[in-house]
Design a protein around this ligand. Structure first.
Ligand code: TYM
Length: 333
C-alpha cells in the first residue's frame, strides 16, 4: 500500500521516570504490531513531562532511554517514525490553538488532573491543567486513526475526539476523529504493593513497581514480595486483586489462559506461583534489556534517529497546520 493511503497510528510515552511493565504491557509492546500496515508515529513526550518538576539532566537522559526502549521493544526506525515531541514545534503551536476550543469545565473533569493536583499540591501549574489539550494536539496533528494506550488514557482520548468533532463542526472537515486501541488483557497492570492502584512509574515505593530494565534478581524479588491475600488458591477473581494482577502478568508473558494457569498451580500455593511469574517476566524482558544495553551506548545513532524522525513528523505536522491556520483565519505567508 502507498505510504499516503495507510491509516495512521500515533502514541506517546512520557520520559518522566523509568518505564514499567505497565507501560510495556499496556502500550509499548503493542506498538510494533502496526508497523507494517499503518503509518506509525511514536513520540517521546517531554513537553508533557515538564508539567511535573523534572531534574534537567535526568529528563535528558530519560529522553534518550525512552527512544532506545522503543527500539529495544521492536520498533525499527526505518519502519516507524520515532521522534521527540519538542523537536516538532507544531505540537505546542496546535496545543495552544486547541486550548481555545477546549472548555474549562471539560479540563476540570479530568481524573488525571485531579490525581496529579492532589499529589503535587505545591505545583498545580497551568500546563498540568491543559495537559490533555496538548495530548489532543499530538494526536490530531497527524490525522491519526488509532491510538494504542492503556485504559488510564481513555478519558484524555475521548476529550481529543470531542475537540476534533467540535473543531470540524465549526470549520468543516479538518481533523480525523481518532479511535483508541486499548488491549483488553493488559490495559491496567496494578501496583505489586497496592493491587487496587495502577502500577505507576512515579511511585516512590520501588517494590510496588517492576521496571522494564530491572535485573532478573530484582524482578524475582519484587514478585516474591507482591501483596496477595490470606487464601492460597491461584484463581482469577475480583476479590483477589493481587493474585489476579499476577495472573494477568503471567498470562501476558506466557500466552497461557487463566484456566491453564489455575490448573498449573492447583494445590501448589502462592510461593511457587510468584516465583514462576517473576521468572516468566524476567525471561520475557531479557531480550529487551540486552538490546537496550547495546543501543543506549550509541548516542550519535540515537540522535540520528531523533533527527530523521523529527524531519518526517515535521512534514506531516506542517500539512495539518497549514489547513488549521487557513480554517481559523490566520494569514499564511
Ligand atoms: P504515560 O507516559 O503515563 O504512559 C505511557 C503508556 O503506558 C500506559 N500505561 C499503562 N498501561 C497499563 N497498565 C499500567 N499500569 C500503565 N501505566 C501506564 C499508558 O496508558 C500509556 O499508553 N498522556 C500519556 C502520554 C501521551 C500520549 C499522547 C499517549 C502524550 N500524548 C498521545 C498517546 C497519544 C501518558 O502520560 O502516558
Amino acid at each position: 500500500m502507498a505510504e499516503n493511503e495507510k491509516k495512521v497510528v500515533f502514541s506517546g510515552v512520557q520520559p518522566s521516570g523509568n518505564l514499567t511493565i505497565g507501560n510495556y504491557l499496556g502500550a509499548i509492546k503493542n506498538f510494533s504490531r502496526f508497523s507494517e500496515e499503518y503509518k506509525t508515529f511514536y513520540c517521546v513526550v517531554e513537553l508533557h513531562a515538564i508539567t511535573v518538576r523534572q531534574v534537567p539532566a535526568e529528563l535528558r537522559k530519560r529522553t534518550y532511554e525512552t527512544l532506545a526502549l522503543y527500539m529495544a521493544c521492536g520498533l525499527d526506525p526505518t519502519k516507524n517514525t520515532l521522534f521527540v515531541q519538542s523537536h516538532v514545534p507544531q505540537h505546542a503551536e496546535l496545543g495552544w490553538m486547541l486550548d481555545c476550543y477546549t472548555m474549562f469545565g471539560e479540563l476540570s473533569r479530568m481524573t488525571q488532573f485531579k490525581d496529579k493536583s492532589a499529589k503535587h499540591s505545591q505545583n498545580i501549574n497551568a500546563g498540568l491543567f491543559t495537559y490533555p489539550t496538548l495530548m489532543a494536539a499530538d494526536i490530531l496533528l497527524y490525522q491519526t486513526d488509532l491510538v494504542p494506550v492503556g485504559i488510564d488514557q481513555k478519558q484524555h482520548l475521548e476529550l481529543a475526539r470531542d475537540i476534533a468533532i467540535r473543531f470540524n463542526q465549526l470549520y468543516g472537515d479538518t481533523f480525523r476523529v481518532p479511535e483508541g486501541y486499548i488491549p483488553t488483557d493488559t490495559m491496567k497492570i496494578m501496583s505489586l504493593a497496592e493491587p487496587t492502584a495502577k502500577m505507576s512509574k512515579s511511585d516512590t515505593n520501588q517494590n510496588a513497581v517492576v521496571y522494564i530494565l530491572d535485573s532478573k534478581d530484582d524482578i524475582i524479588r519484587k514478585f516474591k514480595r507482591a501483596v496477595t491475600d490470606s487464601d492460597t488458591r491461584v484463581c482469577f477473581s475480583e476479590d483477589k486483586p493481587g493474585v489476579s494482577n499476577l495472573m494477568t502478568v503471567y498470562r501476558a508473558f506466557t500466552g497461557k489462559s487463566f484456566e491453564e494457569i489455575e490448573r498449573e498451580f492447583d494445590g501448589r500455593g502462592y510461593g511457587d506461583f510468584k516465583l514462576a511469574v517473576g521468572e516468566a517476566c524476567a525471561d520475557g524482558l531479557a531480550p529487551v534489556r540486552a538490546e537496550f544495553d547495546r543501543l543506549i551506548k550509541d548516542k550519535a545513532y540515537l540522535e540520528e534517529v531523533m533527527k530523521a524522525g523529527a524531519q518526517d513528523a515535521f512534514v506531516n505536522a506542517r500539512r495539518t497546520m497549514s489547513k488549521v491556520r487557513r480554517k481559523i483565519g490566520f494569514v499564511n505567508i
